[in-house]
Design a protein around this ligand. Sequence first.
Ligand SMILES: CC(C)(COP(=O)(O)OP(=O)(O)OC[C@H]1O[C@@H](n2cnc3c(N)ncnc32)[C@H](O)[C@@H]1OP(=O)(O)O)[C@@H](O)C(=O)NCCC(=O)NCCS
Length: 198
Amino acid sequence: MHRLPQKMRPEIRRLWKADEDMLVAYFLKLDSDTRRLRFCASVSDTRVEAYARNLINSDALVFGAFPDGKLRGVAELCILPDSLPRRAEVALLVEPDWQDYGLGDALLHRVVAAAQNRLVHTLEMSWLPENKRMQALAEKNHAIMGFDPDDVEATLDPPSPTPLSIIEEVVADSRSYLRSIYHVKAPADPVRPEVAPH
Ligand SMILES: CC(C)(COP(=O)(O)OP(=O)(O)OC[C@H]1O[C@@H](n2cnc3c(N)ncnc32)[C@H](O)[C@@H]1OP(=O)(O)O)[C@@H](O)C(=O)NCCC(=O)NCCS
């Protein structure tokens, strides 16, 4: 795979009910290795479909990365009920052809901003020990990691909310909701590299 001259600045937007079929199709198209890394176990089509179908209706906040106008990555933020101080689980997913272009990092930043505005004190993530991309991402974002033979667990502490962080999210969510129901693509990013993977 060729490397792009710079990291991308993709459109990241919240996914809503109108995006459900797209999300299910996205999870179903993943190869078995990517699925195993995402779920830390092998999972069947039936289970993946049920998981993805339920995601938008669950309490989780779901975000999609659209670097070329198509869904190429997904981030999930699930606030743990009754946790005090508030904790939330994060899961990230970028399809193989689009990995290493900064989509994972952009999705993680979006999730941290959403957690910040919901007064989440600690974000929790876990991945398989062989998952070097996830580890690089966590290191870059100064996560505190605990290593186990079966998995790596990490935590991140989002900053406190500010009026600006709240306004930014309200504006982004309103825009993403309209895009979702009217299927409108984001305008082209002027810094997006001309060479892009298929
Ligand atoms: C983990 C994942 C979300 C990262 O997404 P991504 O878009 O590739 O992430 P980024 O491009 O922002 O960052 C990847 C980093 O890993 C680094 N990397 C890639 N291969 C590596 C390797 N073998 N060893 C060490 N670092 C590596 C990249 O150089 C990059 O770091 P940099 O930005 O400092 O250059 C993606 O790989 C993925 O979806 N994997 C399958 C599902 C999964 O593992 N989910 C996590 C568990 S929930």
